[in-house]
Ligand binder design. Sequence first.
Ligand code: FMN
Length: 418
Amino acid sequence: MDLELEEDADEAERDAPALEDGRCVSDLNRDVPVAGAGEFAPLQLGPLQVWPPVVLAPMAGVTNLAFRSMCREYGAGLYVSEMITARGFLMGNRLTTLLASSSPDEKPRSVQVYGTDPKDLGEMVAALVEEGVDHLDINFGCPVPKVTKNGGGSAIPVKPRLVERLVRAMVSNAGDVPVTVKMRKGIDEDLITFEDAARAAESAGASAVGLHARTAAELYSGNADWAAIARLKSILTVPVLGNGDIWECWDALRMMRETGCDAVIIGRGCLGRPWLFGELVSVFNGEQPANPPNFGQIADILLDHARRLSDLFGSEMGIRQVRKWTTWYTKGFRNSAAVRGLLTRVNTFEELDALLQQIDRDEPFPRQALRMGRGKGTKRQKVRLPEGYLDQRDDDTPPKGPHTLEEIRAWERALNGG
Ligand SMILES: Cc1cc2nc3c(=O)[nH]c(=O)nc-3n(C[C@H](O)[C@H](O)[C@H](O)COP(=O)(O)O)c2cc1C
């Protein structure tokens, strides 16, 4: 994950004064009511029923087993792995295998697949089904130049017949296991692709379509276009999963009410905030959520997360992973600025523990941090596509992906998002 993309300018934002009723909710959402009895239904994906209708977004470098297991302990829903490269998985690349790993108590188990070769996709799906996976998703939204310039990721929906072919390759090997797709609105405002691509996915047997309501050119900038989610809902029969800018549990209710979508996908809002899933359970069950933990409780959660990362990756890689998380867990806290700077450079767990002893444990969660950017910055990009790519939009020839282990490793380093 590239921390360079993260921008901390928002740290300069003014403190948001506490609300008179003591709730930690933004001004935008202070009047949003909790769900009414029967207002929302569970998400149905094939035989899988998901309540509340909440999905943890696949996020490269983030939604590994360590983080998924934390989120699950706070809430319920569906917790998707980061994208797993089909070729790397099939060749037994060590890191790919680790990132695809699960634990026996992870039920339902959900894996996002990245691949452009129908044969690879079919084989990977068959292997995962054999392992007992409960849900599969395919990434059609990755905006990374190295990927799109080879016709992968968010370039795929430009060719609906290719979408259909790839989804079919998965569905025909998945048995009863539901296969969903996740895509963006399109390449840029001049090349919007989601409607045709979603129809193609539906006709190939996808159980639902997730829409990150931004174009690949927008990356993570600006506001997600929730109207596009409503539009998708109006043209599909299968469930629509809305994605983009759910920072607070209240946003999830608003998105579902405004767009009619069947479930929400939570991305950056849960970075350093796994308890968001507990808040989501509350509001969907018609209850007021608890306020977020204070700084001391968050320090304990961060240490717990660090231990889980170390169990998964080993202590050396684990601590390297922890560094980026310290930025997210401490976002917006004021009284411990000096310590926060040091946390991103920790070398050992003992150092992490010692630094966390120095924070002001009683500092309440800063209300202004609720909607602060996390995970990615606000840049846009010009999307790179293969030469002549737009000349043959009805072509279903799969683009060439990486093949050797070395190519796969270089590819995986470049893959950092959808
Ligand atoms: C660090 C990071 C990594 C991501 N990796 C993936 C990925 O592996 N697969 C994918 O489909 N989307 C990926 N995304 C996109 C998210 O799944 C989601 O679509 C996006 O963040 C928009 O949702 P949000 O506004 O709630 O953050 C990534 C996003 C972030 C911030």
